[in-house]
Design a protein around this ligand. Structure first.
Ligand code: FE2
Ligand code: FE2
Length: 157
């Protein structure tokens, strides 16, 4: 984001993205999950140094184009493409920030770890919410130290 760019109106952006989501508001991969991913991401970013804007956009877009609750292997790629479609019109980020967002969304289910603190934070934020579908988050699949730490907390057991 350049200093001249207007701040992102996240409330409006959430309305837009939520409105087009096909699996319903109470979906395991829907807005309630996105909010928890955002909260996890903000918590992790305090120690990982992740780009908070990218983390918040990842939370919103990464599962936004899921077509079903089960197997949908291309949903990350479609989420990234949707973010690309709305970029400029509904939110502004720098090319570097968009590159991180694009990668994090596209590969969030296919790749396990990433050394970049922003991408790692995005993926850990998502995986820390696996408890919602009965899976205990595994520290072995966390990219950040804080992510690994949080899997040990009582709320995730
Ligand atoms: Fe996903
Ligand atoms: Fe997710």
């Amino acid at each position: 984001m350049k200093p001249s760019d207007p701040p992102i109106d996240f409330e409006r952006l959430w309305d837009t993205v939520t409105h087009q989501f096909r699996c319903g508001v109470h979906s395991d991969h829907g807005p309630e999950h996105w909010r928890r991913v955002e909260q996890n991401g903000l918590l992790l970013a305090e120690s990982t140094g992740a780009d908070v804007l990218v983390v918040r956009l990842f939370a919103l877009f990464h599962d936004s184009m899921r077509l079903n609750e089960y197997s949908d292997p291309d949903h990350g790629k479609r989420g990234a493409a949707y973010a690309r479609e709305l970029r400029g019109e509904c939110f502004q980020v720098s090319d570097k920030q968009f590159e991180l967002l694009d990668f994090a969304c596209t590969w969030h289910t296919d790749l396990a770890h990433h050394p970049d603190p922003t991408i790692g934070t995005c993926w850990d934020s998502d995986r820390l919410d696996l408890g919602r579908v009965g899976i205990i988050p595994d520290p072995a699949y966390m990219s950040t130290h804080m992510g690994r730490e949080l899997t040990g907390q009582d709320r995730y057991k």
